[in-house]
Write a protein that binds this ligand. Structure first.
Ligand code: ADP
Ligand code: BMX
Ligand code: MG
Ligand code: CA
Ligand code: ZN
Length: 341
């Protein structure tokens, strides 16, 4: 089973094994250490069984392999010290990362240039050795799908897909209640669904991918372009650098026609990409998450009504109500595997 990572054996003492006089120990909450590596940020969190984030740490994701591994270990060590004070017992480490991931081996197989020096990386061995904990790893979009399944709109839903926008666009597909990893762990790379033969260049090396139209980075690229041409700001608009997707959205809302055109194109690309998902797997639900989800929800729903086959139109496009889907999914791997009897 692909979802059953090969682990060294670790011993998890149960309450019965522990000293019954140690009241503090009995009151300990079982928690996971969750890590999420994205194109911009590196997040670590202590996440408890019920799915709440006890404490969260955020840093910029370093640009080199060495400094990235070093920072992951430093942040995890700090979190483990805090966990002791917070009476949290850490059962293991769950890691969500951009890139194609072999979850059985805990290896990042390949990454686009969104995360440099991040191909053929065995993450499990060094982290497990340093922290003396079992380690699970999966792709960030896949982790987001696991989180929706356990804590979010995907609860009890047999078949759904999730699309998460950050720096790039990640995807995760649950079919028959299981994640789909594919033949070479490249399934559900939904950001690289292509919607045009030409189109903008993508960080994957191709062009016309929905990530190149609709991700945080793509909108930032367009916002900067407009700003350089002095066409972003309109009367009454304050722009605090750095220019991001947020400026584009507020300019559009204030009536900037150029900004509206960029966002229309981005929404259409995303909507058409999502229709391709509908026509491939015919799920019962699409969940949008990430920084731009609330912006995209309505246009995507509309484009489906305009352009999908009628049999695929009766689908809900929901916005995730989870605070950090990728991070929560990373935690869920730990919580599910360590407490399963
Ligand atoms: P990652 O997982 O890729 O590191 P995050 O999910 O942390 O990314 O999101 C960071 C990306 O989202 C960046 O591209 C940034 O420009 C963009 N971003 C950050 N805040 C906002 C916001 N409020 N609205 C739109 N985009 C944002
Ligand atoms: C890229 C790709 C995906 C990832 C997605 C979202 C890499 C390194 N990343 O398309 O695997 O799921 O970005 O990532 O190959 P994020 O940076 O937006 O969180
Ligand atoms: Mg991310
Ligand atoms: Ca994925
Ligand atoms: Zn691409």
């Amino acid at each position: 089973n692909i979802n059953e990572p090969l682990q060294k054996s670790f011993c998890f003492p149960t309450l019965k094994d522990s000293n019954s006089q140690d009241i503090d120990h009995i009151l300990e909450t079982q928690c996971a250490l969750a890590v999420d590596l994205g194109g911009t940020n590196l997040r670590v969190a202590i996440v408890c069984m019920r799915g709440s984030i006890v404490k969260k740490y955020i840093q910029a994701n370093p640009k080199t392999f060495e400094s990235r591994i070093k920072l992951i270990l430093k942040m995890c060590t700090e979190a483990m010290q805090d966990a002791v004070r917070l009476n949290c017992r850490i059962l293991g480490v769950g890691i969500s990362s951009g890139g194609r991931v072999n979850p059985q081996e805990g290896v990042i197989l390949h990454s686009t240039k969104l995360i440099r020096e991040w191909s053929a990386v065995d993450l499990r061995t060094p982290i497990s050795d340093a922290l003396h904990l079992p380690v699970w790893v999966d792709n960030d979009g896949n982790c987001a799908a696991l989180a929706e399944k356990k804590f979010g709109h995907g609860k009890g839903v047999e078949s759904f897909a999730t699309v998460i926008t950050g720096t790039g666009i990640g995807g995760g597909i649950i079919h028959n209640n299981e994640l789909i990893h594919g033949n070479t762990f490249c399934a559900a790379e939904l950001g690289h669904i292509m919607v045009s033969l030409e189109g903008p260049e993508c960080s994957c090396g191709s062009q016309g991918c929905i990530e190149a139209y609709a991700s945080g980075m793509a909108l930032q690229r367009e916002a900067k372009k407009l700003n350089d041409e002095e066409m972003l700001k309109i009367e009454g608009m304050k722009v605090v650098e750095p220019i991001t997707a947020v400026h584009l959205i507020s300019a559009a809302k204030m009536g900037n026609l150029k900004a509206q055109a960029v966002l229309n194109k981005a929404s259409t690309a995303l909507g058409v990409g999502i229709i391709n998902i509908l026509h491939t797997m015919n799920p019962s639900l699409i969940i949008l998450s990430g920084v731009l989800a609330s912006y995209y929800q309505a246009p995507v729903q509309r484009i489906i009504l305009e352009r999908a086959l009628s049999s695929a139109q009766n689908i809900q496009v929901l916005k995730s109500d989870l605070e950090e889907p990728a991070l929560m999914g990373a935690a869920s791997m730990v919580l599910d595997y360590t407490t399963r009897r």
